[in-house]
Ligand binder design. Structure first.
Ligand code: NAD
Length: 316
């Protein structure tokens, strides 16, 4: 019977986690949803509050405040626990704090007998996805970071806004570190099958600087939001639901997630944001785009920044 019941366990019910829980409930994605947090009161309160929304939900979901033993039967464990960026802090500043938190969390999840898929959202997400893979001992395909899923969404939204087209018809990726060294893949960006360069010709007042600025707004979006309201959470929460659906519904969707690279993009032994096909088994495959020489250089730099951190944290 259990085979037919999808269970998602969320660890870390702060801004990101509770927004994800709310979005999951509203989209009726899993039959069971368990919430775990160090702050039991808050998590318990959230579970109660969400349960009261069930009469208005599109599908039945059993939601409860749980503990690590609930991970045993989970299909997916999503981690959004840990410290978030304070104003002026980069994502990479959080490495030490969150690695220590993750050791405790991942060990407890694995001790339950968990044998599903990890989804990691905590920053710096590419490093903490690597940390989760190492601490869990699970196959690399079953450890997925949210990577540049949000950055790609921001990019698509801003491009759609600029050319006045629905962002769902914009196909353009941000790849690399979810952070300051990420890059836009302009060489493969299109809207409705037409390359961005063709759209540019149709726009009377088009300026190349507008696109350069647009990417800077994508890259620095978190800083801009944190400065205004202290944290970012709705966008990533919806991105995490999209990823959860791709897994549970075996969608084979292409999403820019943090995936393990092995001889792809000229890199190996790191998790980094790249397009990948996601299904019920996790990451089916990484999609290797033919990047322009400039994009290749930028991607290499981004990978090196991440690898240096992995080296100093793991291979001392
Ligand atoms: P938050 O402080 O609101 O929530 C963090 C939660 O983790 C808290 O409820 C806290 O009690 C819990 N926690 C801490 N240690 C724990 C432990 N050992 N076990 C269980 N729970 C524990 O922070 P937030 O704003 O929700 O951000 C969470 C993380 O998500 C941050 O690292 C943030 O940078 C990251 N984030 C990622 C993206 C992305 O695109 N990947 C976007 C936004 C935020």
């Amino acid at each position: 019977m259990r085979d037919h019941v999808n269970r998602v366990v969320l660890i870390g019910t702060g801004f990101v986690g509770s927004s994800y829980a709310f979005a999951m409930l509203n989209q009726g994605v899993s039959e069971e949803f368990v919430m775990i947090d160090l702050n039991k009161e808050k998590s318990e309160g959230d579970a109660m509050d969400l349960n009261h929304g069930l009469p208005f939900a599109p599908a039945a979901t059993k939601i409860w405040f749980g503990d690590y033993s609930d991970c045993k039967d989970a299909d997916i464990v999503v981690i959004s626990a840990g410290a978030n960026q304070k104003p002026g802090e980069t994502r990479l500043d959080l490495v030490e704090k969150n690695t220590a938190i993750f050791k405790g969390i991942v060990e407890q999840v694995m001790a339950s007998g968990f044998d599903g898929i990890f989804v990691v959202a905590t920053n710096p997400v590419d490093i903490l996805t690597y940390v989760t893979w190492k601490f869990s001992g699970l196959p690399k395909e079953r450890v997925i970071g949210s990577g540049t899923i949000l950055d790609t969404a921001r990019f698509r939204y801003l491009l759609g806004d600029y050319f006045a087209v629905d962002p769902r018809n914009v196909h353009a990726y941000i790849i690399g570190e979810h952070g300051d060294t990420e890059l836009p893949v302009w060489s493969h960006a299109d809207i409705g099958g037409l390359p961005i360069s063709a759209w540019a010709k149709t726009k009377k007042d088009f300026r190349q600087e507008d696109l350069d600025e647009l990417f800077i707004n994508v890259r620095d979006a978190a800083y801009q939001i944190i400065q205004r309201k202290g944290a970012t959470y709705y966008g990533i929460a919806m991105g995490l639901v999209r990823l959860t659906k791709a897994i549970l519904q075996n969608e084979n969707s292409v999403l820019t997630v943090s995936a393990y690279l092995e001889n792809k993009y000229g890199q190996e032994d790191l998790f980094i944001g790249v397009p990948a096909v996601v299904n019920r088994s996790g990451i089916r495959e990484v999609v290797e785009l033919s990047l322009s020489p400039e994009e290749q250089e930028k991607f290499k730099h981004s990978a090196e920044v991440l690898k240096n951190i992995i080296k100093s944290s793991f291979h001392k």
